[in-house]
Design a binder for this molecule. Structure first.
Ligand code: GAL
Length: 374
């Protein structure tokens, strides 16, 4: 692969405790024997559309730029709103799904587009866990389970934003003792940095451009020999099973949709892919988690992380009912998420790596998303 390094977005979280080129409108003109495709380059959303002063704390949009790429981050849920990188022809392509204004983030049903999710990314069975002999009860918002921190998780909080430079923004949130049922005050700091050389973040990627149709033809490679199978409510059974011989084997680059309709109980429970993969151990502090490639754009995204797992979610609950940037819709399976994380329901699974954070302890986590073209 001829890889030209474009940009990389690093997301670091420190917790006191986690083509048809879509956004480009393509018009096609047919002449006798040539097809001319005019593509409108993706642009950043309007910052004024992200200002809401009706709450105690105002919302805003922070812009990050380097020589090759641009990003936009809002302090509402510390969300990545846009990430624009060039495709193989140099055309600026927005590879993350998002809305054009704050109102949609605040008022449409929560999709977690681009958000930092917490206090606990993914599910806790039946909204209960025990810590030091005491049972804690969380609001349930996903069938019988508690998902992504409950009814008002970090994704719906207004964070304090500070632009550190033209390439970096830092966001701060204080989750108080008892908020959404979790014990202890938790100070959360997230830094998004756009670098030239190089959280669970819940960005929905479409490497052909957000809103450009199915992601099932994207190639995906996951650095995972095993995954954590789930029950019908997507809670891990506690087993760690090999991916070999199953539709969960992405150890070699494979089209996301190649086996999605296989007769497989786990795919039925997930309505497609919605599973935690156990990342292979590595000596590097930032180990390879995944490589994904847009079939039309040639944009290749590499994800590295210091976390033990990654939730690969294939956009199975996208319904095409939300109006995303550029007049598009969030169509079924038109984006995927790679959420680096600890395994779901860890507080109830003693054999999973622990997610307990004692008072005074600091939890740090870094994930990088790097972009190149093929
Ligand atoms: C994922 C989760 C999915 C779905 C999605 C948001 O992290 O695993 O089941 O809830 O978030 O729609």
């Amino acid at each position: 692969m001829n890889r030209i390094f474009l940009a990389s977005l690093g997301v670091a979280a420190a917790l006191a405790t986690g083509c048809d080129n879509g956004n480009q409108s393509a018009t096609t003109t047919t002449t006798t024997d040539t097809v001319v495709v005019k593509i409108t380059p993706a642009t950043l959303p309007d910052t004024a559309a992200f200002r809401d002063t009706t709450s105690a704390q105002a919302t805003a949009l922070y812009i990050l730029k380097n020589g090759h790429a641009q990003a936009a981050v809002t302090n509402y849920g510390a969300r990545l709103v846009s990430l624009i990188v060039p495709d193989k022809t140099g055309n600026p392509t927005d590879v993350v799904v998002g809305y054009d204004n704050i109102n949609n983030y605040e008022h449409l049903p929560d999709t977690y587009f681009g958000a930092i999710v917490g206090r606990y990314g993914n599910r806790i069975a039946k909204g209960h866990f025990k810590l030091n002999g005491k049972t804690y009860t969380l609001p349930t918002n996903d069938g019988p389970n508690s998902l992504h921190g409950g009814t008002k998780g970090f994704d719906a909080g207004i964070w304090t934003g500070k632009q550190l430079s033209d390439k970096s923004v830092q966001l701060y949130y204080l989750s108080t003792d008892g908020e959404m049922g979790y014990p202890g005050n938790l100070q959360v700091k997230v830094t998004y940095t756009l670098t030239d050389s190089n959280i669970t973040n819940h960005s929905y990627f479409n490497l052909n451009g957000q809103g450009s149709g199915t992601i099932n033809n994207h190639l995906l490679q996951l650095n995972a020999d095993a995954y954590t199978p789930v029950d019908s409510t997507l809670i891990p059974t506690g087993k760690i099973e090999p991916v070999a011989g199953t539709p969960f084997d992405f150890r070699k680059p494979t089209a996301i949709g190649a086996r999605i309709n296989d007769d497989n109980q786990q795919l039925k429970f997930g309505h497609g892919y919605d599973h935690n993969f156990v990342l292979n151990k590595s000596k590097d502090s930032l180990a390879l988690a995944a490589i994904a490639e847009g079939d039309k754009s040639g944009i290749v995204m590499t994800v590295r992380t210091d976390q033990p797992g990654v939730q690969f979610y294939g956009g199975n609950f996208m319904k095409g009912t939300n109006p995303i940037k550029g007049g598009k819709k969030d169509d079924y399976r038109s984006a995927f998420c790679l959420e680096t994380q600890h395994y779901p329901d860890s507080p109830n699974e003693p054999s999973f790596p622990s997610t307990e954070l004692k008072p005074g302890q600091t939890f740090r986590s870094t994930t990088t998303f790097s972009f190149a073209t093929k």
